[in-house]
Design a protein around this ligand. Structure first.
Ligand code: HEM
Length: 236
């Protein structure tokens, strides 16, 4: 029996396979990120529980898995997985974008295709905005390289200091980032369900759409709520 190696496949089939593989990489790395933001948003809601609750949570993140894992060990594993996901997500986005550019030799005639281009373009620029936000965010809260309103030992105090009315522009950055995040999750979750083949019929499509909208709303509102309460002096 003759065996056909993958490399001897016609280039068009090979390219199609790589495109499908890249879409899968995007869907899986994006899903990991969604899981992370849900957990992170839930953690941030502990700001409503007061200083001890929030600081305890931040401390537990670092002692997770002890004594089997060293201090901060599990947190570092999460960081490495997240970094890998971000890099894989960006790489596959570039690959799919350059392929789409190459394929686009004729002008679109259908309105539907034009609409798809607008949302794809938003995903690209929204993704770039979120990446810039993430870099800013880590420099502000994790490495504390950017120090907008004093640096404190208590994570709760750092949070409260960051969203004071005197530095209202920090809140504006976060609010805009949460709008970008909501739109990215809404479209990204919908695309991922398509890639994973969960949108085969009308009911499944409706369910996927509801899931995408719910996740986008819960994550973005859940994130910004404690910051709003700090800004208006309810959380001090
Ligand atoms: C209103 C929105 C957000 C607020 C107020 C917020 C707040 C915080 C705070 C206070 C920390 C430090 C926690 C600590 O000291 O233990 C932190 C860490 C972090 N946040 Fe956010 N966050 C927000 C949104 C996001 C989003 C959307 C992402 C991802 C896209 C994100 C990714 C991270 C990462 C990766 C860390 C570092 C975790 C670590 O390695 O220690 N955050 N955030």
């Amino acid at each position: 029996m003759r065996c056909v190696a993958t490399s001897t496949l016609p280039p068009s089939i090979q390219a199609r396979r790589t495109t499908i593989a890249m879409k899968l990489v995007m869907a899986v790395s994006g899903s990991l990120f969604v899981l992370f933001v849900i957990a992170h948003m839930y953690g941030n809601l502990k700001m409503f529980g007061g200083q001890a609750a929030y600081d305890d949570y931040a401390h537990h993140l670092r002692t997770l898995g002890e004594p089997i894992a060293p201090y901060s060990g599990v947190l570092w594993i999460i960081r490495v997985v997240l970094l890998g996901s971000v890099l894989a997500h960006i790489y596959s986005a570039f690959y799919l974008w350059s392929r789409a550019q190459g394929a686009r030799t004729t002008k679109y005639r259908m309105k539907k295709a034009a609409a798809a281009t607008i949302s794809a373009r938003f995903m690209r620029w929204g993704g770039v905005a979120l990446l810039l936000f993430l870099i800013w965010h880590i420099l502000q809260f994790t490495t504390r390289t950017i120090n907008v309103n004093g640096s404190h030992d208590s994570p709760y105090d750092n949070y409260v200091a960051a969203f004071q009315p005197s530095v209202w522009w920090v809140f504006v950055i976060y609010a805009l980032a949460m709008v970008a995040l909501a739109m990215h999750i809404r479209h990204g979750v919908w695309s991922a369900t398509q890639t994973l083949g969960w949108t085969g019929n009308v009911r499944a499509r409706r369910r996927a759409n509801t899931l995408a909208i719910t996740l986008a709303a819960v994550v973005s509102i859940g994130f910004i709520l404690p910051a709003v309460f700090v800004l208006f002096g309810v959380i001090k």
